[in-house]
Design a protein around this ligand. Sequence first.
Ligand code: GDD
Ligand code: MG
Length: 367
Amino acid sequence: MKALLLIGGFGTRLRPLTFSKSKPCIEFINKPILLYQIEALKKVGVVRIILAVGNIPEDFRTTVEEWRNTYNIDIVFSVEETPMGTAGPLALAADLLNEDLPGEKNPDVVFMFNSDILCEFPLQPLLEYHLSHGHEGTLMTTPVEDPSRFGVIVSREDGSIDAFIEKPKEYVGNHINAGLYCLNRSVVNYVPEAVKTSIERETFPHMANLRQLYSFPLDGFWMDVGKPDDFIDGAQTMMEYLDDLGHLHLPISPHALVSGLVDVSESAEVSPGAALGPNVVVGENVIIGPHARLKNCCIMAGSTIGAGAVVDHSIVGWGSTVHQWARVKNSVLGEDVRVHPELDVVGCKVMPHVEVKGDIRDEVVLY
Ligand code: GDD
Ligand code: MG
């Protein structure tokens, strides 16, 4: 089995974080976003993962090299000179998909994911269902309140897809394409040329007409962490899931006060009297000063939160310092930002390497 991950775009909505790190490498609950997908694919038995990208930033290349070694899995880039959309990458990677690898099980099966999606990745049941119906494609579906921003799927009773309507203008249903597919590699034949093609607007509607497309309901949560608010709120959902599995880390002194779910890196130092939670993620080598108050926030590796400082509903980028008694709320700080003592930073995005010397509110701070 192989996989193709669609990694287009520049992660603009996660700026200023994506000025310092590629989106797939940004840590979500202390693990790079893309690694959730890669670990799930490894677990189900995928032996080659193709990353469909427009370019390869240096940090991404290095990180992928590490994953390749750690997970002992063939991870290769398929680079598009011009954007190929969501189906063109299948044609571009046809040779990589068609090659049979030593010891590969189900060589005809290709998992294909939108890279901006996180869930429990129940890939084994998806695979079993896909093999059981014997047709060319299976899409995972999830119900949402506002389906207009997604691809909507109308299925028949036997699970076959009657219609696939991308970004419908009128209500046709609320079961949407979750962006996770299990396909036979023959699907490449529907995209004969490596040109910009939409899998949602062209390939899937065509396959549905041929009755080759089936749907499979996704169990558990489903989220997109591409925007700061979703990133922060999504952390709570993901931590609930990880907590059920006993996978959250809390190696801190009994003097710190913890409420709700938190994940603290082993190498972080949390001072006595600091209060964490709910929904707090503390990265590697972070220092939390005495009586600091953190809730609904993510503190990236190497940052320092001073004594009595407050961080609420915010993301603090790598190596930043929020000095004592400062208050950071509803904000995203880039890498290496310094907030001077006692200041208020509210509703702001602060670019990397900025020194904040006065109170700021509802601003994008460039320097
Ligand atoms: N390699 C590559 N090249 N990837 C691309 C390109 C491209 O030209 N264009 C988009 N992608 C990637 C994006 O990075 C993302 O991972 C995925 O393809 C889907 O593109 P989005 O731009 O995120 O689409 P969307 O969120 O509006 O809609 C898609 O996702 C929904 C679920 O979140 C569709 O697949 C919908 O049907 C679906 O419901
Ligand atoms: Mg998307």
